[in-house]
Design a protein around this ligand. Sequence first.
Ligand code: IDP
Ligand code: MG
Length: 138
Amino acid sequence: MSRITFTMIKPEAVEAGNSGSILSKIEKAGFRIVAMKKTLLCKEKAGQFYAIHKERPFYNDLVEYMSSGPIIAAILEKDNAVLDFRSLIGSTDPSEAAEGTIRAEFAESKAKNAVHGSDSDENAMIECNFHFDTDERY
Ligand code: IDP
Ligand code: MG
């Protein structure tokens, strides 16, 4: 699975009309879109997706935010996908994100930071399977 990563364009970026620009940056960086959908996460699903953070002080706000409006979920393919995508999106806090990264350009704040990117091959596989069935991948 090392050629695969998972992303979400988060609610504030979808609402702001930045999905097209973000997807364009992703494709120009050499990622192929394997599967993609616009969807609204209920609180329960958002909570499950971010269960790894449930002891963190920002967890409840994160679940509220990620279920507050539609997201775009996608499976992406490229050599070295997980690490290259983390480089493309930049640091969690946009004030620390390198120039030219998606978060530097589109994130509103550390919480509302425009995009998700998997942090390991193992989590990429878990996250892809959380959102997509095998027959939705092309
Ligand atoms: P990542 O998205 O860069 O991997 P994580 O530490 O996995 O960052 O955190 C998951 C998400 O939780 C972040 O993308 C952001 O939306 C939110 N988050 C992380 N740290 C904070 C914080 O200190 N305050 C508020 N929200 C945070
Ligand atoms: Mg993370």
